[in-house]
Write a protein that binds this ligand. Structure first.
Ligand code: GSH
Length: 229
């Protein structure tokens, strides 16, 4: 199977963590994240026209199976991987735990990632234009979501149940990039959990692979952000 991805892309990182956790062989195909217009070819990478035939939205990641089936959307790709490679499961068998996992993933995606995006965009506006109503609202939702995770993590190793799940695959890159614009060190359980994520082999590998590209992107910003993340 082939994974179309970019090392610094947080949604690609979710899938890479799942692939490494499950120890699945795959062929990585890098899509040029910097070249938004053409996604032009660098040898060994997908061109925009090639890539749009796989994913009409031009978003990464995408997965092509050995049978030529195409899966879009990071979570759906992980669900596919989990269905076919059961030895190391990332989705709980128990129905209620599986629902809790999906709920937590939605909270991470909608409120934490959404809040992070809003804060990041705000950080790139001139000072006098920052902090509008929508940004304050997004920050409030982000804070509530972080509080919720912190409460859940009071007596847990991973976000849901006893094992590492898809929710942790989603949380790792989201919480890593969140630190660029928002400091959550006051939330002790969440901070300890993030350290635990960083020392998970699959996560450390993915973070190492993505760091250089992310630093390159951050170095082009108009206004500085926290680069110690
Ligand atoms: N809902 C999609 C989101 C994918 C997404 O937004 N990927 C970003 C990279 S992290 C992307 O492709 N950005 C490039 C662009 O929008 O042109 C998923 O879960 O896979």
């Amino acid at each position: 199977m082939k994974l179309y991805y970019a090392p610094a892309s947080s949604y690609s990182q979710r899938v890479l963590i799942a692939l490494y956790e499950k120890q699945i062989d795959f062929t990585p195909v890098e899509v040029n994240l910097f070249d938004v217009e053409s996604r032009t070819s660098v040898p060994g990478r997908a061109t925009r026209s090639q890539y749009l035939q796989i994913n009409r939205f031009g978003k990464i990641p995408s997965l092509i199976t050995d049978d030529g089936e195409v899966f879009l959307e990071a979570n759906i790709i992980i669900e596919y991987l989990d269905g076919y490679y059961r030895e190391i499961p990332l989705i709980p068998q128990d129905m209620k735990l599986a629902l809790e996992m999906r709920m937590v993933e939605r909270i991470v995606d909608v409120y934490i990632n959404g809040g992070r995006e809003a804060l990041f965009k705000d950080s790139q506006r001139p000072l006098e234009e920052r902090g509008k109503k929508e940004v304050i609202k997004a920050k409030g939702l982000l804070e509530e979501a972080c509080n919720l995770l912190d409460e859940k993590l009071a007596n847990r190793t991973w976000l849901v149940g006893k094992d590492f799940t898809l929710a942790d695959c989603a949380a790792a890159p989201t919480l890593s990039y969140l630190r660029i614009v928002y400091n959550y060190e006051h939330l002790k359980n969440l901070t300890t959990y993030f350290k635990r994520l960083e020392s998970q082999t699959s996560v450390a590998r993915v973070f190492n692979q993505g760091r250089e590209q992310m630093m390159e992107m951050l170095s082009t910003l108009k206004y500085p952000v926290n680069t110690h993340f």
